[in-house]
Ligand binder design. Structure first.
Ligand SMILES: [Zn+2]
Length: 139
């Protein structure tokens, strides 16, 4: 039995948008499975006729990585649905590590104000606790 691939993965394969090992796995499966080849061809045809799938947007507009600004808007939930969908696809299906790191960075930057307050509180709490549990530090 051929391995299972999701429709999204097969479409990403057509766009050469998967991590290398996944591309290879799909290629191998395609070579040995008529059924998978047929399914992939059908997916491609469906996509051609719909015109609004993420793969189509990607192909037509030659998007690869979203901009940092787009990732920021995505975090805020301020993107139009198609683009947000594309970013999810790019991050989760394509598995772009560059964008994942960028997104983490943005997420941390967004939280830094809140985090600073928390950190200050924690520091206060820790130093108080430290003071109590370590009486040897006389001052
Ligand atoms: Zn990316």
């Amino acid at each position: 039995m051929p391995a299972h691939f999701t429709d999204a993965e097969l479409l990403a394969y057509l766009d050469e948008g998967l991590p290398v090992e996944r591309m290879t796995a799909i290629e191998t499966a395609l070579r040995s499975s008529d059924e998978l080849r047929t399914r992939t061809a059908e997916l491609r045809d469906q996509r051609e006729s719909q015109g609004h799938t993420v793969g189509e947007i990607w192909r037509r507009e030659r998007l690869s990585c979203p901009t940092r600004h787009q990732l920021g808007s995505y975090l805020l939930g301020a993107l139009e649905a198609n683009l947000a969908q594309y970013i999810v696809f790019h991050l989760e299906t394509v598995g772009c590590r560059y964008c994942a790191a960028n997104l983490d960075d943005l997420r941390q930057a967004g939280q830094s104000n809140a985090a600073e307050t928390t950190k200050r509180r924690q520091k206060f709490f820790q130093s108080s606790a430290g003071h109590v549990s370590k009486p040897r530090r006389g001052s």
